[in-house]
Design a protein around this ligand. Structure first.
Ligand code: CTP
Ligand code: MG
Length: 232
């Protein structure tokens, strides 16, 4: 199975606050997107990386990646208005020989190569959908209008990460089904959510704390600390 990585990087990063598109913000002087692309390209399983850039920033992103040493076969496509749209466009651009896809958020720049390898290995082993998961450490409540209505048993909950691995046919079918029912379904925040809706089993592999998503300002502090520890 030939595997490509799709890296959605077209978000605005609103929760990170002012400072431009999140994927282009820097960690230790290197754009977050460059860290993320290097991290997935470090896996010997990944033969091609397709980045979904902000629609008005395709050439900027392409030249930024060209300026940094990224040891990967790489293309940049225009992303869309939602993450789902960005992933769908990037997958559509893949040459037909790529029958396995890893979808990895640009916003998870520090994912260890071992995790990328583990997801790819599960895919090669026959899984149609595989995602990294970690036990939830906070107690999670369901609320309605600020009032708690339920407390799901934490033992049955996990927090999930990327890269998420899929057979390409399954991923495309899930995205097509979601596009068709876009007016009735709630927006999915990951690709596995779309795959679940078409009745395909999604397997999990153990996630990594370092695969956390850079979402809020404090996450930049964590990320810099991890990079400093790696340099030490
Ligand atoms: N993403 C994308 N296209 C969009 C929206 C999001 O490719 N239209 C990507 C982001 O660039 C990011 C990943 O999806 O790599 C995860 O999304 P998130 O963490 O929500 O990033 P943003 O949407 O950029 O952040 P925010 O929601 O705070 O604005
Ligand atoms: Mg977002």
């Amino acid at each position: 199975m030939r595997i490509a990585a799709v890296v959605p990087a077209a978000g605005r990063g609103e929760r990170l606050g002012p400072g431009g598109p999140k994927a282009l913000r820097e960690l230790s002087g290197v754009p977050i997107l460059v860290h993320a692309v290097r991290a997935v390209a470090a896996s010997r399983s990944v033969e091609l990386v397709v980045v979904a850039a902000p629609p008005d920033g395709v050439s900027l992103v392409a030249s930024l990646l060209a300026d940094h040493d990224v040891p990967a076969e790489l293309t940049v496509v225009a992303g869309g208005a939602t993450r789902q749209d960005s992933v769908r466009r990037a997958v559509a651009s893949l040459p037909p020989e790529f029958t396995g896809v890893l979808v990895h958020d640009a916003a998870r720049p520090l994912v260890p190569v071992e995790l990328v390898d583990a997801v790819a290995a599960a895919l090669r082993g026959g899984a149609e959908a595989v995602i990294p998961a970690l036990p939830v450490t906070d107690t999670v409540k369901q609320v309605d209008d600020g009032v708690v209505v339920a407390t799901p048993d934490r033992a049955g909950l996990v927090a999930v990460q990327t890269p998420q691995g899929f057979s390409r046919a399954v991923l495309e079918k899930a995205h097509a089904a979601a596009t068709d029912s876009a007016t009735t379904d709630a927006a999915a925040t990951d690709d596995a959510g779309l795959v679940e809706r078409i009745g395909i089993a999604v397997r999990t592999v153990p996630g990594s704390e370092e695969a956390f998503k850079v979402t809020r300002p404090l996450d930049l502090v964590f990320a810099e600390a991890i990079l400093a520890r790696r340099r030490a």
